[in-house]
Each structure stands twice: as structure tokens, then as C-alpha cells.
Design a protein around this ligand. Structure first.
Ligand SMILES: [Zn+2]
Length: 266
């Protein structure tokens, strides 16, 4: 999970979203806004809708590799995910900054679950089934938001054996809780992801070895560029980022990167 750079929205699409959001905001009381937000999102979030066609395209530009999920980086990101759930935050239903493309498993697992930080503690504000529709307690989101935070400031990815996401050692108590919460709610350490990261590590390393070989054989710049692009456009970019970050700590990486120092900035 990496920070997602905002590619921006054109003025027409941004205006379209604001128009949809105004309909939710003007729907009446908070419970009426929640109902309207869900209904209108279902109506407008379609391939045939001009605004959402662009929104999806711009969100796809934000994804790693071949449109990988913004959370797990493994499966294809094909669902417009509300970072702050629309069930709880109707004022965020049509807000560009609240979107990313996620896979069904991450989106479905997270669903309406959400926690905020209030009085120095994480508080679960998930609305239970059949519970009355009330505003959630105020507070900053506990979930680490890859659109406006750098997840790597909160996590280390263990790349020599387990391929687990772990909270960094130097975090404050509340940031450690946020990191744990994010790992838990998105199931970032599910078995299939551990195996995929392990495989990605091997593939990155093999590509780097191939690059070194081709470069030393005097390959053309365009060929070398193709090889470095193959690395930077792969799934599981966090694995690559961690290989760079931990290049002086892992023996085989220290040797490899000392031969190919240019790869430290790819
Ligand atoms: Zn995912």
C-alpha cells in the first residue's frame, strides 16, 4: 500500500460531481441524506454515465501497474471505493478525494466498517444492521488514507521471509493502533497476498539481474528503459519500494543495488 498521487480532475467532471453531491446535501435530514447518497451513487456510478466514465479513468491512472487495487495491489481495482463509507458520511459520496479503485475483496471486507480517533482512542463507528441512522461520532479517521498519507510512514513490509505488513517501530501509540487497524480491516496479511508478495520479490530481483546483464552487454537505452518500466509498472509496488528502502539491510539486495545504483531511484 503506497501513497496514491492525485492525477486531478478536469473542471467539467469536477463540476458534475459537485452537482451530484449538492443533490445529496439538499436531500433533507442526515438519515435522508444517507438514503439519497446510496440511491444516487447507484444511479450515477455506471459506465454509461459521462462523469463517472472520466472519474474511473482518472482513478485508474492513480493505480499501480495494470490497474491494481489501491489497498492490496494484487487484484484488479474495478470498484469505486469510498475511503470514508457513504453509509456514514453522505457528505462524501461524490467527493473525488474520497475515491480510489479497490478490488472486491478489499472493498467488500471493509464495507461500512470504520473507526475514528476520539479523545486519544480508536472508536468503532460502524453502524450495526437495523441500528437507527445517526451521525457517527466526530473524529479523524483511524484508517490510513493512501490518498493523503504515506502508508510507508506507518508500515514496514518484511521482505526476507514473511512478507507481512507490520507497524513501524518508531510510531506513537495512536499511530501504531491506526496501522494495526488498517492491516486488520483490509486484511493486508491474508495468505494469498503473502504468497503474491513473495513471488513479486523474486520477479523484481530477476528483472534487476536481467537489467544488469543487458546493461553490461551494452544494450540500447530503449531496451534498458523497457526493462526498468517493467519493474515500475508491476503489481505489488510496495515490495519494490521496500527493496529500495531496505537495500542496505539485506545482503543480496546490497550487492545487487550496488551494481545497479540507478535502480534506487526508479
Ligand atoms: Zn484489494
Amino acid at each position: 500500500m503506497l501513497h496514491l498521487e492525485d492525477p486531478g480532475l478536469d473542471a467539467t467532471t469536477a463540476r458534475g460531481l459537485r452537482g451530484y453531491q449538492r443533490k445529496v446535501d439538499n436531500a433533507g435530514t442526515y438519515p435522508e441524506q444517507v438514503v439519497a447518497g446510496k440511491r444516487l451513487f447507484g444511479r450515477y456510478n455506471r459506465q454509461t454515465n459521462r462523469v463517472f466514465k472520466v472519474v474511473r479513468k482518472r482513478l485508474a491512472d492513480m493505480c499501480a501497474g495494470a490497474r491494481r487495487c489501491g489497498y492490496c495491489e494484487d487484484s484488479v481495482g474495478d470498484e469505486v471505493e469510498h475511503i470514508k463509507p457513504k453509509d456514514l458520511y453522505p457528505q462524501q459520496v461524490f467527493v473525488w478525494e474520497n475515491y480510489l479503485l479497490a478490488c472486491g475483496q478489499c472493498n467488500g471486507g471493509k464495507n461500512n466498517r470504520f473507526s475514528v480517533i476520539s479523545r486519544g482512542r480508536l472508536r468503532d463507528v460502524t453502524r450495526r444492521r437495523k441500528a437507527p441512522i445517526r451521525r457517527p461520532r466526530a473524529g479523524a479517521p483511524a484508517l490510513i488514507n493512501p490518498r493523503d498519507e504515506d502508508p510507508l510512514a506507518f508500515f514496514d513490509l518484511e521482505i526476507t521471509e514473511t512478507f507481512f505488513f507490520l507497524p513501524r517501530m518508531d510510531l506513537s501509540r495512536i499511530d501504531e493502533q491506526r496501522a494495526d487497524y488498517t492491516i486488520d480491516i483490509l486484511k493486508l496479511n491474508r495468505d494469498v497476498l503473502l504468497a503474491a508478495r513473495h513471488e513479486a520479490y523474486g520477479a523484481y530481483r530477476a528483472r534487476l539481474v536481467e537489467y544488469r546483464q543487458r546493461r553490461d552487454d551494452g544494450a540500447a537505452e530503449t531496451d534498458l528503459k523497457r526493462l526498468s518500466d517493467a519493474i515500475t509498472l508491476s503489481a505489488h509496488p510496495t515490495v519494490w519500494r521496500e527493496m529500495q528502502r531496505q537495500s542496505s539491510l539485506v545482503d543480496e539486495l546490497r550487492i545487487l543495488f550496488s551494481d545497479v545504483p540507478e535502480a534506487l531511484s526508479w
